[in-house]
Design a protein around this ligand. Sequence first.
Ligand code: DQA
Length: 147
Amino acid sequence: MSTTNILVMNGPNLSRLGKREPEIYGSRTLEDINRELDGAFPEIKFGFFQSEEEGELLQKLFEIEDHGGWSGVVLNAGALTHYSIALRDAISAVKIPVVEVHLSNIYAREEFRRKSVISEVCVGVVSGFGADSYHLGVRGLMGIIGW
Ligand code: DQA
């Protein structure tokens, strides 16, 4: 069986997990979350990418699309979720399935967070389960890619 490669992509401010508003986002760092994913899904080869820059996230999506060999993306776009039409268009432009994930339940928070401009072009959304959102996102993606 060929390897399943999944890219776990995180946008602005997610590098600050562990220190950043732990009452909302939990005490795990992004490194903890990534390590736990590796441990939980030994059959999957993960790539991990985080950037504070919108353009770098777009470029990464195009890079993996052009390179080939990637089965899907689990994406926490952070605040870009709520306003980045550029990110939405990039997700729409690639064939790779993208699952939107959030640590917090964006629908139970401030008004401006209740709208995601990327959900419509993602294959699914997981929001509100803390670090487990990433695990659930991977599970969902595995179903979609027929693993
Ligand atoms: C977030 C929710 C966003 O509203 C926020 O801007 C983030 C994190 C989450 O994981 O809950 O940076 O995506």
